[in-house]
Write a protein that binds this ligand. Structure first.
Ligand code: CA
Length: 229
């Protein structure tokens, strides 16, 4: 359930807004003092703020500015004067919407719903999904660095994982052992192209059903390796 904080000193207006929003299924709290409202807004988790401009304690301009310093939560500012709305816009305080009193409560509810939906989409798209490569029965979560073969998780060393992921990220591309070595091992590494051969062998033992007839990492004789898709 979405939680809304109304910061409004006119009790009748605050009650009306609260009633309509509660009827629409929102959890609503009201604070009449500006200073107390700001403290509550910053300390608790709300999904949206309805903020009056002229308030005892601290005005809506300052409250809006301070909330924006810390939170991206939608803010709808309300004022009795049309001029104030122009002023709010001019100041660029970061409020999401502005309403002039008196407004119809159903208009307020509609705007609240629209802003909540927009904000949820915004948050949803900000959550980055893990990058996963899936080829036949092989699944590589490159973000979590985990590998599954036909649903069974397999453990890989860092370099085995890097090598497998590199090849699987460039399917059907043939790489020489030299290229793979310089790609996966840094310059200071002790080792040579034989290291690549050893790692390919270990990877195959974990992902291939039959290592003498590999389905994923193919040997291109005299050249190197290729990840088949
Ligand atoms: Ca007021």
């Amino acid at each position: 359930m979405s939680r809304i904080l109304i910061i409004e000193d006119e009790k009748s207006i605050a009650e009306l807004e609260k009633d309509y929003l509660e009827l629409s299924g929102f959890e609503v709290e009201v604070e009449q003092d500006g200073q107390k409202g700001l403290v509550k807004a910053l300390k608790e988790n709300f999904d949206l703020f309805i903020l009056d401009l002229m308030l005892p304690g601290m005005d809506g301009f300052e409250i809006c500015r301070q909330i924006r310093d810390e939170k991206n939560t939608p803010i709808i500012m309300v004022s009795a004067k049309k001029d104030d709305i122009d002023k709010i816009r001019g100041l660029g305080l970061g409020a999401d919407d502005y309403m002039t009193k008196p407004f119809s409560p159903s208009e307020l509810v509609a705007r609240v719903k629209a802003h909540l939906a927009r904000y949820e989409r915004l948050i949803g798209s900000a959550v980055e999904e893990n990058k996963v490569i899936e080829i036949r029965g092989l699944k590589i979560d490159t973000t979590a660095r985990r590998v599954w073969v036909n649903g069974v998780e397999k453990t890989f060393t860092t370099k085995e994982f890097d090598l497998l992921t590199f090849l699987a990220s460039h399917p059907n591309h043939v790489y020489t052992k030299d290229e793979l070595f310089s790609e996966i091992w840094d310059m200071e590494s002790i080792g040579d192209i034989a290291t690549v051969t050893v790692h390919i062998k270990k990877i195959r033992e974990k992902i291939e059903y039959d290592t003498s007839n590999p389905q994923y990492i193919e040997t291109i004789w005299g050249v190197g390796y290729r990840f088949k898709v």
